[in-house]
Design a protein around this ligand. Structure first.
Ligand SMILES: NC(=O)c1ccc[n+]([C@@H]2O[C@H](COP(=O)([O-])OP(=O)(O)OC[C@H]3O[C@@H](n4cnc5c(N)ncnc54)[C@H](OP(=O)(O)O)[C@@H]3O)[C@@H](O)[C@H]2O)c1
Length: 167
């Protein structure tokens, strides 16, 4: 199972229910990597998308404990266990855990690949991704060339789990 996230240099991911920054090339890559696949997200992240709608062209599995939450075009799971059962229908490599903080933390032990856009800037933030550079269970396999978007520098990184995968 994959994780996919854009993090800043402190591994922050969001503030006030929104992304820290939108980088068009990052959004393009997210779309390319997840198109036709399965994305897993928390209720708050789904609500942060344009119109609160699931992403076009992808199967969306959303977690919420609220029985009233029934978004159109998404499969709702009420617990981690229910979501893991639902996700057994799909090849593990086609599943992308797409945030936010609560959902990254919940699914991290079940994931073995992380697609990280690393932005070399520190934002004010209230949500974070687990710092994979400080984890003995993860190694960075690849880092792309440094890119720029106005005065921001960022790079695409691929991390792989080296031990401790929970199945
Ligand atoms: N930089 C990035 O790549 C990236 C990607 C995605 C999101 N984000 C940012 O992350 C922030 C949101 O993160 P967040 O942690 O606040 O929210 P979140 O993970 O998107 O959603 C949290 C919600 O998920 C549901 N949930 C969590 N654990 C559950 C469980 N075990 N069983 C059932 N439902 C469960 C609950 O919904 P209910 O309250 O409905 O029960 C909970 O309130 C936003 O700022 C967003 O922009 C950043």
């Amino acid at each position: 199972m994959n994780l996919i996230a854009a993090v800043d240099k402190n591994w922050a991911i969001g503030n006030g229910g929104r992304l820290l920054v939108s980088i068009p090339e990052d959004q393009r890559l997210f779309r390319e990597e997840t198109m036709g696949k399965v994305v897993v997200m928390g209720r708050k992240t789904l609500e942060s998308l344009p119109g609160g709608q699931p992403l076009h062209g992808r199967t969306t599995v959303v977690l919420s404990r609220d029985p009233q939450f029934q978004p159109k075009g998404a499969v709702v799971c009420r617990s981690l266990e229910e979501a893991l059962e639902e996700l057994k229908k799909y090849p593990s490599e086609d599943i992308f855990v797409a945030g936010g903080q609560e959902i990254y933390e919940l699914f991290l032990p079940y994931c073995d690949v992380a697609h990280i856009t690393y932005i070399d800037y520190g934002y004010e933030a209230d949500t974070r991704f687990p710092n994979l550079d400080e984890s003995e269970e993860w190694r960075m396999l690849l880092a792309g060339e440094e890119q720029t978007y106005f005065d921001l520098c960022y790079e695409f990184r691929l991390y792989r789990r080296v031990k401790g995968l929970r199945k």
